[in-house]
Design a protein around this ligand. Sequence first.
Ligand code: NAP
Length: 266
Amino acid sequence: MNLIPTLQLTDKVVAITGASRGIGRVIAELFAEAGATVHCIARSLNNLDSLREAIESRGGKCQVHACDVSDFDNLQAIMNEIIEQSERVDILLNNAGIYSTSAVRNIEPSQWSSTLNINCSSAFVAARAVLDKMIEQRWGRVLFVSSISGKSGEPYGAAYSASKFAMIGLMQSLALEVAQFGITSNAICPGWVDTEMAHNQINDPQWCALNNLDVAQSEEIARLSVPQERLLEPLEVAQLALYLCSDAARGITGQAINICGGLSIR
Ligand code: NAP
């Protein structure tokens, strides 16, 4: 008997938001490598096309959909198109996100709502679109890329943190609603991951000033804030996502799992 779990996703249909770069891109590449057909959603068609070419050059299956996920009608239409064409969506990865920094007293309502819409409300719209199919097929995985900032607040990142907390509330409510249908709903909560988002934040003069950091030393301070003294690789997050979307993880639902090099316990 083979006791080692298979992490293959052969014939699974996967929708991933925010797949044009960073964590989402690596998740798309890894899931395609595991045998899934990946539907990649983001705004930058150029980046999506280069991702599709990279996946196809390795024999994988990928389709791309240019969409701003805060355009809910368009996102809904794309999810419908994927379901019509594939007759299923097995795995939904809500990963698209933006960071925004401001003291609470200076956050513009438009900045607040766009952060909430992109990071969290889009996840609700995408999940709502795929649930009927997942329930019908008695199998599904909904995975949210939240953050350790979705478990404790961070100064000058209130809109971001609120959006990531909200994702966890949505994830847990959904987990309870669909548990009996073979569908799991979980969140991954990364700390610092080596992507454009992290470096833009760390080098943002406004974020550094608000946090009393010297821009020139900010990268080093961020790295040393992590007990492992490093930023995580996007692949480490993608590998956790692959496990949570596999059959081996069928007993895990309603969980928000940290992957942060120890940052959350500091
Ligand atoms: P990233 O490199 O900035 O990538 C963000 C992705 O989201 C891109 O593909 C971007 O594509 C997409 N996106 C942003 N706004 C969008 C919109 N309105 N519509 C559609 N797609 C949109 O960031 P990342 O670090 O990979 O982050 C991925 C997720 O991990 C985010 O939810 C983030 O909050 C979370 N996270 C990251 C870290 C970290 O340290 N990096 C830590 C904790 C959590 P386009 O620009 O082409 O639209």
